[in-house]
Design a protein around this ligand. Structure first.
Ligand SMILES: C[S@@+](CC[C@H](N)C(=O)[O-])C[C@H]1O[C@@H](n2cnc3c(N)ncnc32)[C@H](O)[C@@H]1O
Length: 243
């Protein structure tokens, strides 16, 4: 299985969630997302977390805006189960939707929940081919309120092999220490081999941030930029204009 469908496998879900702490500056990326959302004059009332996984991005929004209503979309039942469990305390403010946003019919299912003050996504849309990525950005635009933000925390293509190597080195080393602290005995070399052979890597279709920001501008988003970048990870997005 080399498509994004690998995310429906409990083993892939468990591995990603167990080693998310190995992602470089992951907390800072979410912090930047929140700083952007906090530039709004009003609180977030409605948001959408697309490819939510266990709902980490939406959970952070709920922490800051405890009255917000959140829609969490994913097509992996094991991931949605993690979100359901982790977000129990907000259960009356959530809609969890098992949907594949690779198919544009997802918009019809989500429209009744919207429009949204913010749509966020973490490390997910890069599984779509470029043509579909651009359509998803257009669909997201159609679901936003005027002044609503789209923030994508994303795995992007790097122009330099150096960035790819630095990312792998960071991830593998961090994962080695996480395993070691949990009593693991694998060597860095074994973990590096496992990283190279990971089944979800084949599902990645990475595109440069500059190209994706250009699509957002063409669609009509404003304030479009890459707000942060480390190695192959970027926080980028834009705002739907007020009119
Ligand atoms: C790497 S995980 C990221 C989870 C979470 N957003 C985070 O930041 O930790 C990618 C998530 O996107 C979901 N996903 C990938 N393709 C999808 C699609 N076409 N429709 C819905 N969810 C998708 C996967 O099931 C998985 O939960």
């Amino acid at each position: 299985m080399v498509t994004d469908e690998v995310w429906k496998l409990p083993a892939i879900v468990n591995r990603y969630l167990s080693y998310r702490a190995a992602i470089p500056l992951a907390q800072e990326q979410i912090g930047i997302m929140m700083s952007i959302l906090k530039t709004r004059q009003q609180p977030i009332e409605k948001f959408l977390d697309l490819g939510c996984g266990d709902g980490i991005l939406g959970a952070t929004i709920l922490g800051e805006y405890p009255l917000a209503q959140g829609v969490f979309v994913d097509f992996s039942e094991p991931m949605l189960e993690q979100a359901r469990e982790g977000l129990k305390e907000y259960s009356n403010q959530l809609a969890l939707e098992n949907l594949d946003y690779g198919d544009s019919a997802w918009v019809n299912r989500i429209q009744p929940h919207g429009p949204f003050d913010a749509i966020v996504s973490g490390y997910s849309i890069h599984h779509q081919p470029d043509t579909r990525k651009r359509q998803v950005y257009q669909e997201i635009y159609s679901l936003l309120k005027p002044n609503g933000w789209f923030i994508n925390i994303e795995h992007v293509a790097s122009a330099a092999q150096l960035n790819i190597d630095l990312f792998e080195n960071h991830y593998v080393t961090a994962r080695y220490f996480i395993e070691k602290n949990n009593g693991g005995t694998r060597t860095i070399e074994q973990i590096a081999e496992d990283y190279t052979d990971r089944p979800d890597a084949a599902a990645n279709i990475l595109s440069p941030t500059e190209v994706q920001c250009d699509w957002l501008r063409e669609i009509g988003y404003e304030e479009v930029d890459c707000y942060f970048r480390i190695y192959e990870l970027a926080v980028f997005g834009g705002r739907r204009p007020n009119n």
